[in-house]
Design a protein. Sequence first.
Length: 358
Amino acid sequence: MAPMGIRLSPLGMAVFCLLGLGVLYHLYSGFLAGRFAFFMLSEPAAGGPEPPRGSAPAGAVDLRELLAVSVLAATRGGEEVKRVREGNVLNAKAKGKTREGAEEQLTSGDLLSNRRMFYLLKGAFPAVQINSEERVDTADQETVSWDRSIPEDIKQKIQPKEVPAESVTVWIDPLDATQEYTEDLRQYVTTMVCVAVNGKPVIGVIHKPFSAYTAWAMVDGGSNVKARSSYNEKTPRIIVSRSHAGKVEQVARQTFGNKTVIIPAGGAGYKVLALLDVAEKNQEEADVYIHVTYIKKWDICAGNAVLRALGGHMTTLTGEEISYTGSDGNEGGLIASINMNHKALIEKLPDLEKTSHK
């Protein structure tokens, strides 16, 4: 019953209810609209623009971007190598001896190329481990920026692929064939970058500074270089180190016959290119690459990646895959081939392994 003196009519009750509903609508409509807007902004629009390059999740790197900057690093390092050689200001000095007792040379070309390559890669991908042949002097740090642009040929052949940064190791060889560099044998000289993921080589870049030729490849991606149309398995042309040609020649001739051709050459990068279809005036051709002694991983990682990307092989002399983690050196020698029966080659050359640890 209503209080004495106050009488509620049906019309008044209806007006009161309508007013209440209006207040509730006003309060909750703003809240619901805000929640709807938040949901729409949180979900990417269908067919909308792709996220900007370089926006990989924290802790991840894009291998296509890493390939692009690796090509740039090899080229920039090559510019330093060429400039020093043409200026004839090598400042060559001995930095030690190899296990065989040969003197190793160090030049201004090695150091300046190394600095340029290292800081370009480190600036672009600071979370990635970089192993370099030469020591990086932090007091001589250089700021080298990268605009994250990707060359058209890489864009066309390689799709973006992200991997955890902690799984990546980059191997730099700022000047391959330093001994030949000091002797002005320019055709053997290369600068190289290799990217290994969980110890397996997946990106390889080999750049020839004095002809401006660059070969690059990515495993399960693409490449700008290819294998030759044919190889000679019966009497292969074997390319070897200039300083170890005699050891390989003796066994090779016993295995394949006296017609086997041994090609002494400098530089691991040059030797890998000798197995491929490379239109270079001073580039020799070979069917198999063999090295019988200890060799550093930055010398061979890029070539290993290129061969793997093209379906070829680079293993120790006993057929073991080479891991690009841990120590800097490979103890088991190597044999490299493409479009050949790699296992059969290894079986024909068992005696070479015995010399690889000496």
